[in-house]
Design a protein around this ligand. Structure first.
Ligand code: 5RP
Length: 228
């Protein structure tokens, strides 16, 4: 296992310990949240936590949860999530995030907004002084509006790239939309950018997660730290 993989496992497993019996749990997507889901599966299988129900943030995570035998629910049955554990692509000092590297930003934000507590798990590479230093912002658009929203994002100063799969085909999200990876450079005012992105009809959701995170469990200088 690489050092990065070890860090992901460490933070994921640590975060899973916040899950208790009788909770509704939001399951994140990505290679770090994966370890939290695995651990939750283990705690459930061994009877250490009981009577839980999970809402996965992607079809990928749903399949994993099914393999692990985790009980699933949805927003028709439960409208409030006790705790969600998810990953992030970039995290600033105010615990604002860029998410969506794995393409699940829309369901992830729905889940984050419905959660009483959002715990973000991250290896060392994710911590950043300012959002936009390391990552472009993934922006989910309806296929009909790709051209016009690309022009809008460019007018805000972004370099815009339509996300493609390795085979060159356009990447399609779980909700059948496209993603425009939009590089704004260092983002001086994340809240304002989120506002400008939320104004557009063709933009379904964006990867700016502002003011949603309660706790970050991460590695810095080889030490596990918890930021609140
Ligand atoms: C998926 C996400 C992921 O949580 C984010 O991309 C981090 O992934 P990883 O843990 O694999 O680095 O937002 O949409």
């Amino acid at each position: 296992m690489t050092k990065e993989e070890e860090q992901k496992k460490l933070v994921g497993e640590k975060a899973a310990l916040y899950v208790k019996s009788n909770m509704i749990i939001g399951l994140g997507t990505g290679s770090t949240a994966y370890y939290a889901t695995l651990k939750i599966g283990e705690l459930y299988k061994n009877g250490i936590i009981e009577n839980i129900n999970c809402i996965p943030s992607s079809i990928h995570t749903e399949n994993l949860a099914k393999e692990l035998g985790l009980p699933l629910t949805d927003f028709n049955l439960h409208q409030e999530i006790d705790i969600t554990i998810d990953g992030a692509d970039e995290i600033d000092e105010s615990l604002n995030l860029i998410k969506g590297g794995g393409g699940a930003l829309l369901r992830e934000k729905v889940i984050a907004q419905a959660s009483k507590r959002l715990i973000i798990v991250a290896d060392e590479s994710k911590l950043s002084e300012k959002l936009g230093t390391k990552w472009a912002v993934p922006i989910e658009v309806i296929p009909f509006a790709v051209g016009v929203e690309t022009k809008y994002l460019q007018s805000l100063g972004a370099k815009v790239e339509l996300r493609k799969n390795k085979n060159g085909e356009i990447y399609i999200t779980d909700e059948n939309n496209f993603i425009l990876d939009s590089d704004f450079g260092v983002i001086k005012n994340p809240g304002q950018l989120e506002f400008l992105l939320n104004r557009r009809a063709g933009i379904v959701e964006n990867g700016m997660f502002i003011g949603l995170t309660n706790r970050v469990i991460a590695i810095k200088n080889n030490e596990l730290l918890e930021l609140t």
